[in-house]
Design a protein. Structure first.
Length: 200
């Protein structure tokens, strides 16, 4: 499939203003805070909901086009760099804080929520999400989970993976699965949240 046809199909999923093939955009998103560089050779896409992510994953899978998910790109690992080209799926527009459950010390957020913004919401309750990467003012929760971000507080509070009670995951075929439970300990079946966090 040609680049123009792929772009057209992606625009049908997320609208034209959320898709870019402009060289300057591709260049800006070709690296993270590491020395790794990889240009997306097809397109940048900014979804705003899980359904769109699912449709994009189905399309990429159907066409055999490489796809790389990306948050804020503040990490030092090269994780969000599109090493094989293809589609770069930028998740920073999925930034809603869906639920703040003070009684149970839990929050439900989309993957593009910035850590600093979340902690600002929690501050009036004298709560915070303890892992504190140096990029806390810019990094996203989804990126922190994917990179298992940690910092000097990790000695006391552990890393991001240890704070994720559950995840909503879009598989390569577009299927959406939910993992985990709203409890600190869930011993029924496999710990899929931990497995997914390890595998990302």
């Amino acid at each position: 499939m040609s680049e123009s046809l792929l772009t057209k199909r992606l625009e049908q999923i997320v609208d034209a203003e959320n898709v870019s093939t402009e060289h300057v955009d591709l260049l800006c998103y070709s690296r993270d805070a590491s020395e790794n560089v990889g240009m997306p050779d097809v397109v940048l896409v900014w979804p705003s909901e899980t359904r769109q992510v699912s449709e994009i994953m189905k399309l990429a899978n159907e066409l055999g086009v490489p796809l790389t998910p990306r948050g804020a790109g503040t990490c030092l690992s090269g994780g969000p760099v599109p090493a094989r080209g293809g589609i770069l799926l930028v998740l920073t527009r999925m930034r809603n804080i869906l639920e703040v459950d003070i009684a149970n010390l839990q929050v439900l957020v989309e993957c593009g929520v910035v850590l600093h913004d979340l902690n600002n919401v929690l501050a009036p309750y004298k709560l915070f999400l303890p892992p504190d990467p140096a990029s806390g003012e810019a990094c996203t929760i989804g990126g922190c989970v994917a990179e298992c971000s940690g910092d000097v507080r990790a000695v006391k509070y552990e890393t991001f993976r240890d704070w994720a009670l559950g995840l909503q995951v879009v598989l390569p075929n577009g299927e959406v699965v939910e993992t985990g439970a709203k409890t600190l300990k869930c011993a029924s079946g496999y710990d899929l949240t931990e497995i997914v966090a390890e595998a990302i």
